[in-house]
Every structure is written in C-alpha cells, then in structure tokens.
Design a protein around this ligand. Structure first.
Ligand SMILES: Cc1ncc(COP(=O)(O)O)c(C=O)c1O
Length: 406
C-alpha cells in the first residue's frame, strides 16, 4: 500500500466535532456536566461519519497550491474545471451523465436538504423516508415544520430490505409530496439494486412525487458492489434531485462543498434564491474537491481495501464472540450497523452504556437515528485497525459484565 492507514493521528486542538463535540452531540450536554468513567483521552471515537485517516496527498497538495496563491477573495464556480471534473468522475465510475446546467452548489448536503424540504413541500405536505434513518432527514423536516412518514425497513437474517407494499401505500397519500431517498443507505449500508431502484422510481412517478436522492456515500463500496445513481434510472425526470459530494469518502466534511443536481428549473431557482450564502463558495474547497475527482481514485481504492479488512475483522470477532448478533458486512459505507440489542439487557441505552462501560463513543438507537433503530449501534470503521481491536475487546468485556440479554 502506498498510503499508511495504520497511522494514529492526534486530532486534539483541531476543533474536531469528533474529539470535542461528542458531549453535546451524543448526550445533549454542551457544558460537560455529565461525568464518565473514562478520561477524555481514553475514549475511542467510533461515532460521527468522518475518518481518522489523513486525506489523499493529491488533495493536500492541491490545497497547498491554492494557499500559495495567497488571495482568497469572494469566489464561486465560474469556469468549467470543477463541474467537468465531477461529471467525468460520474461518467467513469457510474457511467452516468447529467446536464451540468442543473448543478447547484451548497456547503453541504444537509444545508441543501433544509432548504429543499421547504422549497418542495407546502406546509400541509409530508416528507417520507426509510427508517432507520440518518438523523438529519428528520431534523430538516422538523426545521421546516413538515410532517414525516416513516417507511420502516425490514431486518431479517442480518440483512435490511425495503417494504415496497408499505411504500406504495404511503406514496398514494396525495399529501406525501417528497421521498428523501438514501443510497447507499445510512445507517444500514445497503446499496439498492437496479431492480429495487426501478420499483421505487415507478412508485414515485406514479404518484407524481419529488425525490431527493442523497448519494453522499456513493464513492465507497465493498469489492464487487456497484453504485447506481437514481439519475441513471429516472433520467431527466423533472422532480428528481441528486446530492453528491467528495466530502464523505475523501474525508473532507470540514471543507464543505457539495453538488446538488436539481432537474426542475422552478425548484432550482427557488433553491438559488434561498441560498443564504448568495452563491459564494470557499476557494480552498473547490481546489480540494476538484483534486479528489481528478487525481484521488488511487487513494480511494486503497482506503476502501483497508476498510474492507476492518469489516472482515469485525465480522469474524463478532462471529466468534457474540454469534447472537448475526452481523453481515454491508454493501457500502465505512459504517457497521450492529444489533448489540441482541446481547444486552432490554432497554439498555447503548450510547451511554458503551461510553461508560467500554470507553467507546458510538451512535445508536432511536435517540440518534430515526425510528426502527432500537438496540442498533453504528460503528465507524474508517480508522486504524489497532484502535478497532482495542474497542471491540472493551465492548465485549462490557457486554459480558452486563450479563447478556435477559
Ligand atoms: C446520508 C447522509 N447525508 C448527508 C450527510 C452529511 O452531508 P453534509 O456534510 O454534506 O452536510 C451525511 C453524513 O454523514 C450522511 O450520512
């Protein structure tokens, strides 16, 4: 391997959410009133979805080059370099082409979602999404005061599936205006097949609904798995929005630039009009994201292989020590969605339990994911394997001490 993913990097004093924001984010305790059995530097951070890996050298070099220019005045995207790089990436990786005139930019897919839910749904219209769900799908709906409809996924033999019958029924409600679709799905890691995507697209079209396809995790899959953008299935369906960014899989969430491809010209205009940054972007972000799309593939491939091995390790550890969990490696993402509820006393608060009893910070359960998540824990495996080994050992000890499921 050209890159060293085993390296442990100290993120203290970098204002990192993962290091310094966990009390507030996980436990709602910004002032640090809660006390924990572990000291701050003893925790292993397996929570929020950014990586403990250094960014690709090509990205760091592109940033340095832009910094060396020395001027960081008002900036947005005027020439075609960045959109061409992004479009070429989509063509090469997904054999997908789209109309570049439809791209809008946002600091993040979540800020874009906050805006789009309000742009698309009238006050009495509803937002639908699959559960368990990434928390911000709920927060964006709540922020806009829009009612939510949960399409519960089904969990059988370690695998998550869609409930198409329920989906068809929920979409038939004329007040259900928007499906927020997640592919690859966070937190389960499911990549939807062509057949599944076609079925969802049919239901959406039959009910004349909008769909926002959040594909932020699309650049990373297990070996042999392919991502299919919803745009490839739905083509220029006017009510499709596709959200992608190099931020997630190249570990640049803090740089904040995402691509929001909005087919409907009216919604596109509303989105632009609602942009509180009035179209300006960070010059460093543009340089970094362009470098990722143009030169980052080798790093991405190696990182993906490293994380594949972390998944194999976790699966074998759980299989040997906690077989009741029946963990299956997900198709995509660097997140393992693990049913620790199968081995813990009923009603255990998994976030508090693993923080206090194992010194491992995770996100899990209905408190941090939306609905259908009880007992499940999301483990971030984009970190050096040596850290994962320590975390798994501590979690096993904690579970054994707790005496198992009663
Ligand atoms: C499905 C999904 N959408 C969006 C985001 C965050 O997007 P952004 O950082 O671009 O706002 C995440 C982060 O984990 C995510 O998992």
């Amino acid at each position: 391997m050209k890159y060293d993913f085993d390296k442990i990097i100290d993120r203290n004093n970098t204002n990192a959410l993962k290091r310094d924001g966990w009390r507030e984010y996980i436990f709602g305790d910004p002032e640090g009133k809660l006390t924990f059995k572990f000291a701050d530097d003893e925790f292993i951070h397996m929570w929020v979805a950014d990586m403990e890996f250094e960014c690709a050298d090509v990205i760091v070099n592109a940033l340095k080059k832009r910094v060396d220019h020395g001027i960081f005045g008002y900036t947005t995207i005027y020439n075609d370099d960045y959109p061409n790089a992004f479009a070429a990436w989509c063509k090469k990786r997904y054999d997908w082409e789209f109309d570049k005139a439809n791209i809008c930019y946002s600091p993040g897919i979540i800020p874009a979602l906050y805006e789009l839910v309000g742009d698309i749904c009238a006050e009495d219209e509803k937002v639908l999404f699959q559960t368990p769900s990434y928390g911000f799908f709920k927060h964006a709906s709540t922020y806009n005061g829009r009612e939510m409809v949960f399409n519960k996924m089904k969990f059988e033999d370690g695998k998550w599936d869609l409930d198409f019958d329920a989906l068809a029924e929920q979409c038939a409600d004329p007040k259900t205006k928007l499906l927020v679709w997640c592919n690859p799905h966070n937190p389960t890691g499911r990549v939807w097949t062509e057949e599944e995507l076609k079925k969802v697209a049919e239901i959406v079209k039959a009910n004349d609904m909008y769909i926002i396809s959040d594909e932020i995790h699309c650049d990373m899959q297990r070996e042999g798995v392919a991502h299919i953008p919803m745009g490839k299935i739905m083509g220029d369906y006017p009510k499709l929005v596709t959200s992608m960014s190099a931020s997630k899989c190249f570990n640049m969430a803090g740089l904040q630039l995402s691509n929001i491809i909005i087919n409907d010209p009216e919604i596109r205009q509303k989105f632009k009009d609602g942009d509180k940054l009035v179209g300006f972007l960070n010059p460093l972000s543009i340089a970094a994201m362009q470098a990722a799309y143009e030169e980052g593939e080798e790093w991405l491939t190696q990182m993906d292989l490293y994380v594949d091995e972390n998944f194999r390790y976790v699966k074998s550890f759980l299989g040997e020590n906690l077989p009741e969990i029946k963990f299956e490696i997900p198709d995509a993402t660097y997140l393992a969605w693990v049913n620790f509820g199968a081995v813990l006393p009923e009603g255990t608060d998994v976030n508090e339990f693993f923080a206090n009893e194992a010194g491992v910070l995770i996100e899990g359960g209905d408190a941090l994911f939306v609905d259908n998540a009880e007992g499940f824990v999301r483990l971030n495996l984009a970190m050096p394997k040596s850290q994962i080994e320590i975390a798994m050992g501590r979690m096993l000890d904690a579970i054994n001490k707790a005496g198992g499921r009663k």
